[in-house]
Design a protein around this ligand. Structure first.
Ligand code: GDP
Ligand code: MN
Length: 378
């Protein structure tokens, strides 16, 4: 789960990372009032869950409350990479001398968190990583030992951080690590961590991704979820406990079990189709869950055919069939559907579906071929 900049920075601040004073506004008038409170010179920042807001015109410096109001009016409602801006963060402006990149993520190959740091932070960090990767320093963190003092000093020396900032940097690096570890994050990033003209360090931007599977033990973080910026299909999937990932193909897949879902996608590809999604309805799915899954698939306008592949173990074929009928009744799909039902109560399931307008298949190969052909015809 992604959380907004203002939320990430608040989490960082709880762990001792210095952040600018600021508040969120949802209207230009509110932006004016906050800017006035902060002394006039502020930065107006769109709160959307994508990177590169600065380059997209979603971050603007204001010299007085009037300008803050004007920028807020322009930025609120703006479309940034397909997301509509509904909130702006009004932060006290800082005088930037230089910008550092500081981030932590998991390195799957090394099986360890890794801290990445660069003296050339800011909006061009992707470019730095591409052209001069040696300018990004990596420090692996042993999850049992945590980030060590010597590692922090090593990093500070490597990026040639002025000596007088080392102590602050230690507090920030440690704070970021504690925030990352303590929140079960998969990314915690400050870009930029600035050195101000006054020669102090300040985290002016923040980004955090939280591991969805750990949210059950972070209710405070779970509550930060912004439904506004989530596709409706993802909300429905989460509420119904369905593992759903949208892809850009044309064959909607409804499968039980992650392994079978992967196999189904592979076979669709093998026969020249491309899956519109990964969807695992899980073991023991009931009619209600199946109907929700169906609604999600059919809400994707790219879907030209639906392939339902159910291997009944704990999941019962008749329950799946009931769910499908329920959903058809409600959604009235116009795309062709292919169903393959085997295992527990498959007979009963097939009998229930006999009158529905669906193609049936005995094997997965046959089902995939029929779905691909149907999608091509459509
Ligand atoms: P991003 O583009 O989504 O990563 O948004 P950032 O918050 O990182 O802002 C983009 C850029 O705006 C930063 O790299 C800074 O150069 C600049 N910026 C952000 N905050 C301030 C500020 O308080 N004062 C000034 N002068 N520039 C800022
Ligand atoms: Mn940034």
């Amino acid at each position: 789960m992604k959380i907004h900049e203002y939320q990430s920075k608040r989490v960082f601040a709880e762990y001792g990372v210095p952040i600018p004073k600021g508040k969120v506004a949802v209207s230009p008038k509110e932006a004016y009032a906050i800017a006035k409170d902060l002394g006039g010179k502020v930065i107006v920042k769109s709160q959307v869950l994508v990177g590169g807001r600065g380059k997209a015109g979603g971050v603007k410096l204001a010299n007085n409350p009037e300008e803050a109001e004007k920028h807020a009016a322009n930025i609120l409602g703006m479309d940034i990479k397909g997301l509509t801006v509904r909130k702006v963060l009004i932060d006290e402006a800082s005088n930037i001398k230089s910008e550092i990149y500081l981030g932590i993520t998991n390195d799957r190959e090394k099986r360890m968190p890794v801290m990445m740091v660069s003296a050339e932070g800011g909006v061009e960090i992707e470019e730095v990583a591409r052209v001069t990767p040696e300018k990004i320093i990596k420090m692996y963190i042993n999850p049992l030992l945590g980030l060590q003092g010597y590692q922090i000093r090593d990093i500070a020396a490597s990026i040639e951080l002025p000596r007088k900032n080392w102590k602050e940097f230690g507090i920030i690096a440690n704070g970021l690590w504690k925030a990352y570890n303590g929140s079960d994050a998969t990314l915690a990033e400050i870009n930029p961590l600035i050195i101000t003209e006054e020669e102090t360090l300040l985290a002016v931007d923040g980004k955090m991704l939280i591991d969805d599977s750990a949210l059950f033990r972070h209710h405070d973080l779970a509550e930060m979820r912004d439904l506004d910026t989530e596709a409706e299909s993802e909300t429905i999937a989460r509420e119904n406990d369905l593992a759903y990932i949208q892809l850009d193909g044309e064959i909607g897949c409804m499968v039980n079990g992650a392994g079978l879902a992967m196999t189904t996608m592979d076979i669709v590809n093998l026969f020249g189709g491309s899956p519109a999604n990964f969807l695992d309805i899980g073991g023991g799915a009931n009619a209600e869950k199946v109907a929700a899954a169906f609604r999600i698939i059919l809400s994707d306008p790219k879907v030209k055919a639906v392939l339902i592949n159910i291997f009944g173990g704990i999941t019962r074929g008749d329950e799946v069939a009931k769910g499908i009928l329920e959903a058809i009744e409600e959604v009235k799909p116009e795309v062709p559907m292919v169903v393959r039902l085997v295992g527990t109560n498959a007979e009963e399931g097939r009998a229930l579906l006999a009158d529905a307008d669906m193609l049936t298949a005995e094997t997965l190969v046959e089902a995939a071929q029929k779905a691909v052909a149907a999608a091509k015809e459509a």
